[in-house]
Design a protein around this ligand. Structure first.
Ligand SMILES: [Zn+2]
Ligand SMILES: [Zn+2]
Length: 112
């Protein structure tokens, strides 16, 4: 019933390769801190895969930070846009832009 080794049909598999999942016998097993492999190629492939995954996560985190900065900049730019648009409507004191001009209100408070 036991699976036999990929390299030795007569030997029973004791484990399988962490990278390619082939059944392997005791003498074929390469034990490394990362897992058990059928060959050094597989252990290298596995390490490369892990490194790539790690780098991918790093990029994702960096991307999120950049998105956050971009979003904040967009908000600030929007607030300034409203402020300058509201200033352009000086002759209309009840203009709707004046009601949402956060920066204008903040500046007026500072003057008092
Ligand atoms: Zn393998
Ligand atoms: Zn073997």
């Amino acid at each position: 019933m036991a699976k036999s080794c990929t390299n030795h049909a007569e030997a029973a598999a004791v484990t399988m390769c962490t990278q390619c999942h082939k059944p392997i016998c005791q003498s074929c097993t390469m034990v490394t801190p990362a897992g058990r492999f059928c060959s050094s190629e597989c252990s290298i492939l596995y390490k490369e895969m892990k490194t790539k995954l790690g780098a991918g996560e790093g990029r994702k985190r960096g991307g999120f930070g950049l998105t956050l900065i971009f979003f904040v900049l967009l908000l600030v730019a929007g607030a300034f846009g409203v402020h300058f648009a509201a200033r352009a409507k000086q002759d209309e004191p009840d203009h709707w832009l004046k009601k949402i001009d956060v920066i204008g209100r903040w500046l007026d408070q500072g003057k008092k």
